[in-house]
Design a protein around this ligand. Structure first.
Ligand code: GLN
Length: 492
């Protein structure tokens, strides 16, 4: 039955419809794979009973000829999405034991489309990180290893649990959230596809907030088409999220089959950074050649404010986080450490409940928002953000999409960057801009580095033009022909 876990989501859907196997068989194969993969530490908890019950319901639907878009698809859900009655922790001790009395809109949409939940996946605490080393339940391990080495590598972050699960064939797809790159960077590190749609396309309701103006839920999958199908189900207008867009959801799967002939693709010169491995430069060049062969016109463009994106992000995101995370005071959710009085209880709860990276961000956030520094930091960062959006507006007057590398390196080893926050923050150099501008972006696995690790290329499109992004992404995927898979060392 193990071959069922090698299928893409689209193949599995077709297999169910043609009755090659049942949804119950499909989910059992994935539950079995999850149970054997403890070494990856990808899940904070598994929900096999729920997955089986949902799959049985799917089998009934299929028998009745009423299959929905994601009928019977076993998915891994990032532990940032509130799931009704099922513990949701954001991989933080402060939310330990929190069972939301409601379901996030995005996961509700997935279940309404027929998908089933294998479990909740581990992440950097409160989605703050790029390596999955800050989770309260310990680091997630990438299924990939460097050639000839057993060193444990990071899966990227913060949606590293979902990325690791999808890359290892534990789930047909997964959900992630992307505030500065947390879907795209782990996708690049694990040889999977990761998509962040336009800001407001997927509802944030019921997703534990990190930085509300930057948070984007989205899918991680084995192929561009799989992500198109998942995003189709996840996207919706939601009156419960005041920033949700009241727009039609286009047919993303159809967009994957569109010709890209005649499209103009911009190559931003600011994304050529010092110290980037030559393999990434080479892959980017290959990507340009592939798109040219497919009939695109490649154009050199400039996004002049790119160099300010990372500093602006690391002011705005912590500022919003310090406001959003103020609600964890020991009164309403999860952990409470009783102190001498109310203030002491707040302080002790927060000191015990938040890990060091979250505490660092909360302190930065409180500082940049404080009366004496607000204008110098927060206000200025907002102005920079406006400029960055302006760069994209300007460049999309003349090109249809942009092509860049997703991350400045391949996956690194556990512990390699954990001691130096700034080196860690530099991982997001190519991804934060799309969050600051709110435009759709995706990572497509496009090649391997010299040590056999996956590398991704990023496609960025104008707001609400995900169809162009999917068309270009699918063309890249086809040209790259990325079929490498990690060796299953974890399966016991
Ligand atoms: N790595 C970035 C950070 O640490 C982005 C995280 C995210 O997208 N959630 O903030």
């Amino acid at each position: 039955m193990s071959s069922l876990t090698d299928l893409t989501l689209a193949q599995a859907r077709a297999g169910l419809d043609s009755k090659k196997f049942s949804a119950r068989e499909l989910v059992d194969a994935h539950i079995d794979a999850v149970e054997k993969a403890d070494a990856l530490n990808a899940f904070t908890q598994t929900t096999p009973h729920l997955a089986r019950a949902q799959a049985e319901e799917s089998d009934k639907r299929i028998a009745a000829g009423e299959a929905r878009l994601l009928e019977g698809m076993p998915l891994a859900i990032k532990d940032l999405f509130c799931t009704d009655g099922i513990e949701t922790t954001a991989s933080s001790n402060i939310l330990k034991g929190f069972k939301p009395p409601y379901e996030s809109t995005v996961t509700a949409n997935l279940w309404a489309a027929g998908a089933n939940m294998l479990g909740k996946t581990s992440m950097d605490e409160f989605a703050m990180g790029s390596s999955n080393e800050t989770a309260a339940t310990g680091s997630v391990i990438s299924p990939w290893r460097r050639e000839g080495s057993n060193a444990a590598l990071v899966p990227g972050g913060s949606s590293g649990g979902s990325a690791s699960a999808v890359a290892a064939g534990l789930a047909l797809g997964g959900t992630g959230t992307d505030t500065g790159g947390s879907i795209r960077q782990p996708a690049a590190f694990t040889g999977t596809v990761g998509v962040k749609a336009t800001y407001g396309r997927c509802s944030r309701w019921g997703v534990v907030a990190f930085a509300s103006s930057l948070d984007h839920p989205g899918p991680i999958g084995k192929s561009v088409e799989d992500c198109a199908m998942m995003l189709q189900a996840m996207a919706s207008f939601d009156p419960k999220d005041s920033t949700s867009l009241n727009v039609e959801t286009p047919d993303f799967s159809a967009a994957c089959k569109r010709s890209i002939k005649g499209l103009k693709i911009g190559v931003p010169k600011e994304y050529r950074v010092d110290g980037m491995p030559p393999e990434i430069e080479k892959l980017w060049e290959e990507g340009r050649a592939w798109l040219k062969d497919a009939g695109c016109e490649l154009v050199d463009v400039s996004l002049p404010h790119t160099k300010y994106a990372l500093p602006a992000y690391y002011i705005i995101a912590p500022a919003e986080a310090s406001s959003n995370l103020a609600r964890y005071d020991g009164m309403r959710f999860g952990l409470r450490v009783d102190g001498a009085d109310l203030t002491d209880t707040y302080e002790q709860t927060r000191a015990a409940g938040f890990g060091p990276e979250v505490q660092r961000r909360l302190m930065i956030g409180a500082y940049v928002l404080s009366a004496g520094y607000y204008d110098a930091y927060y206000l200025r960062a907002q102005k920079v953000r406006r400029r960055i959006r302006g760069d994209f507006d300007e460049v999309f007057q003349s090109v249809d999409a942009l092509l860049t590398p997703t991350a400045p390196s391949a996956a690194f080893a556990i512990g390699e960057k954990a001691g130096d926050p700034v080196t860690m923050y530099l991982n997001d150099i190519f991804t934060v801009t799309a969050n600051l501008a709110g435009v759709p972006a995706m990572s497509v696995p496009a090649g391997l580095d010299g040590q056999g690790l996956p590398l991704g290329l990023q496609v960025v499109a104008p707001a609400l033009q995900e169809e162009k992004m999917f068309a270009v992404g699918a063309a890249l995927e086809k040209a790259a022909g990325f079929t490498a898979k990690p060796e299953a060392w974890w399966a016991v």
